[in-house]
Design a protein around this ligand. Structure first.
Ligand SMILES: CC(C)(COP(=O)(O)OP(=O)(O)OC[C@H]1O[C@@H](n2cnc3c(N)ncnc32)[C@H](O)[C@@H]1OP(=O)(O)O)[C@@H](O)C(=O)NCCC(=O)NCCS
Length: 150
């Protein structure tokens, strides 16, 4: 059985850590703004086991001229569950949430290896790649939602 439900940021560490911060201190799993009331964390459960997470932050990026922008962070699916459509379900859940909040765009810093995944589900690269210390090359990507007016 598959379900997506709200979880806490601490619960998200169970997937963030092995997938995104392996070998680093556990504190590196915590993101600024994780506990703000405007932040939401979704967990995808397969037979009651948490196997995928994503977090959605209300956060404007000055690169874009839109109001009420949202950022996705900490998108991760456990290795043995990847490429089965679960990542896409988590992004769809985030998009639904942002639309409900009348958000205009979703943007994020995408790891180089995940760019193909995001392109497949309708996100585009903005600008040139940049490096995030200890993690690697990233690209800003975005998707314009229904409520976006330039
Ligand atoms: C990137 C990640 C979240 C994708 O989740 P997933 O559950 O494996 O992806 P899905 O199975 O939902 O993939 C949806 C589509 O994208 C494709 N896809 C998945 N990962 C891809 C990749 N790295 N490159 C290109 N296409 C990819 C899938 O084949 C699928 O296409 P299809 O519908 O034609 O079969 C997951 O692989 C992951 O956790 N990776 C490691 C951590 C990471 O890089 N996180 C992103 C940080 S920005």
């Amino acid at each position: 059985m598959i379900k997506i439900q709200n979880i806490t940021s601490i619960e998200a560490f169970a997937v963030r850590y092995p997938v995104l911060r392996s070998g680093k201190p556990i504190e590196s799993c915590q993101f600024d703004g994780d506990t703000l009331s405007s932040t939401v964390h979704f967990g995808l459960f397969v037979d009651e086991k948490l196997i995928g997470v994503v977090s959605v932050f209300q956060n404007n990026n000055g690169t874009f001229k839109y109001e009420n922008q949202f950022q996705i962070r900490g998108m991760a699916v456990l290795p043995e569950f990847q490429k089965k459509g679960f990542g896409e379900l988590l992004v769809k859940q985030s998009e639904e949430y942002v639309l409900n909040k009348k958000g205009t765009i979703i943007w994020f810093n995408a790891r180089e290896n995940a760019v193909g995944f995001y392109k497949k589900i309708g996100y585009e690269i903005i600008g040139t790649p940049f490096s995030i210390a200890d993690i690697g090359i990233h690209y800003i990507m975005k998707k314009k939602l229904h409520y976006a007016h330039e």
